[in-house]
Design a protein around this ligand. Structure first.
Ligand SMILES: Cc1cc2nc3c(=O)[nH]c(=O)nc-3n(C[C@H](O)[C@H](O)[C@H](O)COP(=O)(O)O)c2cc1C
Length: 169
């Protein structure tokens, strides 16, 4: 069973989860591990991950998914805005919209991923202008909660998730 692990990561969070997934599958035949490339490596299972960009996957991952037909795909993502099962389900439903129905989706996994400090600074500046904006306060609080992620538990969860996925194949 040939496995390809393909990811899109700007600041390293998703790459960290990708590496954890690779470690969890060290006894398997991983034929590709790396960022989205020009060609789709030949494999039986594709484990594809992305950071979240404006409520969706990165453009390169979305474009990759759109090209895939008759493949087995497991998806993992990191997201900064909030930790919430429903939020993750919504994010994944947008990813799924780009997956042709000839493919088999094996499952998905999300965890939080810290964001650049400039994002916090923007919220704080906006709060100065709009001190009563409760949403902005929530955003700052969430930013701070996300700072340590992906953490050890996220990594363990990702490893468990992928092992379960592969066990079922
Ligand atoms: C331009 C930009 C847009 C983002 N949009 C979202 C978003 O819509 N939802 C979300 O939950 N996180 C969003 N984030 C947070 C990132 O998805 C998150 O920090 C992720 O873990 C980054 O992954 P990476 O380190 O692999 O690049 C955004 C971050 C940036 C920089």
């Amino acid at each position: 069973m040939k496995i390809s692990i393909i990811y899109s990561s700007i600041t390293g969070n998703t790459k960290l989860i990708a590496s954890a997934i690779k470690d969890a599958l060290s006894d398997k035949n991983i034929v590709y591990f790396g960022p989205v490339g020009n060609d789709l490596p030949e494999a039986d299972i594709y484990i594809i991950g992305s950071w979240t960009d404006k409520g969706n996957g990165s453009k390169e991952v979305i474009n990759l998914l759109k090209t895939m037909k008759n493949k087995k795909i497991a998806y993992f993502g990191t997201a900064g805005y909030k930790k919430d099962k429903e939020y993750y389900a919504t994010l994944f439903s947008r990813i799924k919209d780009n997956v042709d129905s000839s493919n088999e989706i094996l499952g998905y996994f999300y965890c939080q991923g810290k964001m650049p400090i400039a994002v916090r600074e923007r919220y704080v500046n906006l709060l100065k202008e709009n001190p009563d904006d409760a949403n902005l306060e929530v955003s700052v609080k969430n930013f701070d909660e996300t700072l340590n992620h992906p953490d050890d538990k996220d990594i363990l969860d990702a490893k468990k998730w992928v092992k379960d996925i592969i066990k079922g194949c």
